[in-house]
Design a protein around this ligand. Structure first.
Ligand code: SF4
Length: 334
């Protein structure tokens, strides 16, 4: 069964909490295009809460040494491993019977295998709350990402299953030329494919329906280096490594597992507008566009608790913010 993946921006909120760079123009501009009010919260000192994201959780574990069984045990549901195996077999069979109909056919209404019997789930609510966003279905979604979506992405970017490759989490370093600010650490996913002596690097960033937000992709396309962790003298150290070859940049659809090469405006011009956009945010042109226009963004926004009351109404501070911002804009367009 299909599930909501449209409005997740987990890498953005991860970057906010993993960079000690409040007010950095790159993060400010990326937040501003997500929702101006989010930029305002952050510039005013609020820290986001990174929302639960089952696809992100799954690929984060997938790129470690863990097996799926290890990951499920680690997340407190060891007795559901057999149910996941059954789910895997059912999806595989369903896919082989419907492979020409549509991609990820198990998401269609016709697939009835997304279930774990009530008796098998009983007693696991604590684990579901702690590791699966409170919903037992996320055990299967986690497993589906691990078993199928990662393979769909791999095939989509042209990596053959039997060729030597590695998929890894990578911290891409983002920057704006001549900005004279620190580099921003941005989490993404990377395939390194060796073909003889040739190396191909595919850099993937998650999206919904392969909609590619221009700033994030333009910054990644302009990246010169990435960060790795190495152990030296028994200590974990971070090392900046220049890209060995220019990465091929792709979007990775979170739900259907499709991919698309990045299609960007003029990357150089776009990136150079980032400081100006960040300046607009700093000056206070920050309406709550998420709430007013793209409510779905609010559902997985790290600042949701600041914008909404428990009853789902906007907080008074949001109304006040709109009024205050309006007073700032008494200029003219000529
Ligand atoms: S909760 Fe909605 S309105 Fe508030 S900052 Fe987030 S996206 Fe914007």
């Amino acid at each position: 069964m299909e599930y909501a993946t449209e409005h997740y921006h987990t890498d953005l909120f991860m970057a906010l909490i993993n960079n000690n760079a409040r007010g950095h123009p790159v993060l400010t501009a990326l937040l501003y295009v997500f929702c101006p009010m989010a930029a305002k919260w952050w510039l005013n000192g609020a820290d986001p809460v990174v929302p639960y994201d089952v696809v992100w959780e799954a690929i984060s574990d997938f790129t470690t040494e863990l097996t799926l069984k290890d990951a499920l045990v680690k997340r407190g549901v060891p007795d559901l491993v057999g149910h996941v195996k059954k789910y895997y077999e059912q999806v595989t069979k369903f896919r082989s019977n419907h492979c020409y109909d549509y991609p990820a056919s198990e998401l269609s209404q016709g697939f009835k295998g997304e279930t774990i019997e009530v008796t098998a789930r009983t007693g696991y609510q604590d684990s579901f709350d702690k590791h699966f966003g409170g919903d037992w279905r996320n055990v299967l979604r986690f497993s589906r990402t691990w078993l199928f979506t990662t393979q769909d992405w791999r095939g989509g970017v042209g990596v053959e299953a039997d060729k030597g490759y590695a998929i890894q989490k990578v911290i891409v370093l983002l920057n704006v030329p001549r900005l004279n600010k620190g580099l921003i650490r941005w989490p993404a996913w990377c395939w390194r494919i060796k073909d003889g002596h040739a190396l191909r690097i595919v850099l993937g960033m998650m999206t919904y329906d392969n909609l590619q937000d221009q700033f994030r992709f333009a910054l990644a396309a302009s990246s010169q280096s990435y960060l790795i962790e190495v152990i030296e003298d028994g200590k974990v150290k971070q090392k900046v490594i220049p890209w060995e070859v220019t990465p091929h940049l792709y979007s990775m659809d979170r739900l259907y597992g499709s991919v698309r090469p990045a299609r960007l405006y003029d990357t150089e011009k776009l990136v150079l507008t980032i400081p100006q956009l960040a300046e607009a945010a700093r000056k206070g042109a920050c309406p709550p566009l998420g709430a007013l226009f793209q409510r779905g963004n609010c559902e997985h926004c790290g600042f949701q608790a600041l914008c909404f009351t428990k009853d789902g109404d906007l907080t008074s501070i949001v109304y006040t913010s709109i009024k205050d911002d309006a007073k700032i804009f008494d200029g003219k367009f000529v």
